[in-house]
Design a protein around this ligand. Structure first.
Ligand SMILES: Nc1ncnc2c1ncn2[C@@H]1O[C@H](COP(=O)(O)OP(=O)(O)OP(=O)(O)O)[C@@H](O)[C@H]1O
Ligand SMILES: NC(=O)c1ccc[n+]([C@@H]2O[C@H](COP(=O)(O)O)[C@@H](O)[C@H]2O)c1
Length: 379
């Protein structure tokens, strides 16, 4: 299914933007990407962005310093309170192993099509009862069940409590496009990181919306790639003029070093990091001496009363301290007893060599090393 509408067609194509990433933690730039992309696509008059989905990777990704999906999702949920159109979807992070991005896209395409009743059915003209209002619906077991059910039953068999009604005919499902930074596009060239058929599927069947990032030249990159040139009509590059090279790596570094990350990540995320003492925050003087921010609502923050188990199986004990009505550091509600809870676990193979799902950063580094060596040998 090709999503891009030919230029001569008048009505606009509905688009849902899907961003896959670690979000470790989610930064303002992850959120900005959606705003930038929506503006750019809507301005063309050819596309109408109807929704945004953020899909955090599962713990199976095992990238260095990756905190558990539980925490990454909680931070994302907190950050998305500031958006009325971007939603988190936990289908990917709920998987026990890492899912290639092509699989995640395929899943969301099926979900979106199921919501719009795009399964071949003799009763196509009838209305289907789908709950599109429920933000937790997308990717939920209920939605998965529904997608499967639609294969087998006619719409009249659907449960009646699934409202509101969605008109099927003449209402095409939005296309799901991968929203990413230019670094992700350029990682397509890293040997062994992406399957060729996955790139073909992602670009050929869905399409990409790429936000420029410092040090990247996506136009040149597409020119140099045969497969990307073949599908270049499906790649929409958005130049971000309000240049901002925030990255999660820099945020984690700042936190480790005790520097402020205010205005780089959402206040709600800072609150969460402080409460759960993530990313080396126990040593972060800035964050530990901060007053709770006005938007912090201790009563609604997810708190582990007794035990919190990280994905790596390590257990940390989290105790609720007394809550003196004083100021500053004494307002901290939690003390994590294990400083290493979020330490990444690298699984070993039979001969003891560490093995894990390769990430862009470590394969990229290896690739750069190889390139440097090759260049030296050429000289
Ligand atoms: N400053 C930025 N400009 C454009 N795209 C970005 C920016 N930061 C992140 N992205 C994009 O967001 C998506 C999710 O990326 P990811 O969670 O790996 O973020 P990151 O900040 O690059 O993480 P890390 O620093 O841990 O590698 C990717 O497509 C990435 O290219
Ligand atoms: N082959 C693949 O599908 C593939 C390879 C590398 C990264 N990714 C995805 O790219 C996103 C960003 O990855 P990094 O956090 O490593 O930059 C993640 O969602 C990850 O799953 C997918």
């Amino acid at each position: 299914m090709l999503c891009w509408r030919p230029r001569n067609m008048t009505s606009s194509t509905k688009v849902v933007l899907l961003a896959c990433g670690s979000f470790n933690p989610v930064t303002n730039m992850h959120l900005r990407m959606f705003e930038i992309a929506r503006d750019a696509l809507n301005k063309t008059g050819r596309y109408q962005v109807t929704g945004g989905i953020m899909s955090p990777v599962s713990d199976g990704y095992k990238k260095k310093d990756l905190v558990s999906a539980k925490h990454r999702c909680a931070m994302l949920k907190a950050a998305l309170k500031s958006s009325d159109w971007i939603k988190m979807d936990t289908w990917e992070s709920d998987q026990s192993s890492w899912s290639p991005t092509a699989k995640v896209l395929r899943h969301h395409r099926q979900q979106t099509e199921a919501q719009f009743g795009h399964k071949p059915s003799p009763s196509k003209r009838r209305k289907k009862h789908l709950n599109t209002e429920n933000t937790d619906y997308h990717g939920s077991e209920e939605a998965n069940d529904l997608a499967n059910t639609l294969e087998a039953v006619t719409v009249s068999d659907l449960p009646q409590n699934q409202v509101p009604l969605v008109e099927v005919e003449g209402d095409p499902a939005p296309c799901v496009k991968l929203l990413c930074g230019a670094d992700l596009l350029e990682s397509f060239a890293v040997p062994g990181l992406w399957q060729e058929e996955d790139i073909d599927y992602i670009v050929g069947q869905h399409g990409l919306v790429v936000i420029t990032r410092s040090g990247s030249d996506p136009h040149k990159f597409i020119y140099e790639s045969d497969v990307l040139t073949k599908y270049q009509e499906n790649i929409y590059i958005v130049t971000e003029w309000i240049y901002n090279d925030i990255s999660s790596t820099k945020v984690r570094r700042a936190l480790r070093r005790g520097d402020s990350v205010k205005y780089v990540v959402q206040d709600t995320v800072i609150d969460y990091i402080r409460q759960h003492q993530l990313f080396g925050v126990p040593d972060n003087k800035y964050i530990n001496h901060m007053m709770p921010s006005p938007n912090q609502d201790m009563s609604t923050t997810e708190v582990d009363d007794e035990e919190s188990s990280s994905s790596s199986g390590e257990i940390s004990v989290v105790l609720r301290s007394s809550h003196p009505s004083g100021h500053g550091a004494s307002h901290l509600s939690l003390h994590k007893m294990s400083a290493h809870t979020e330490k990444q676990k690298v699984t070993g193979n039979k001969n003891g060599t560490p093995s894990r799902v390769p990430c862009m950063s470590d394969i990229g580094m290896l690739y750069n090393l190889r390139q440097t060596r090759a260049r030296r040998q050429d000289k």
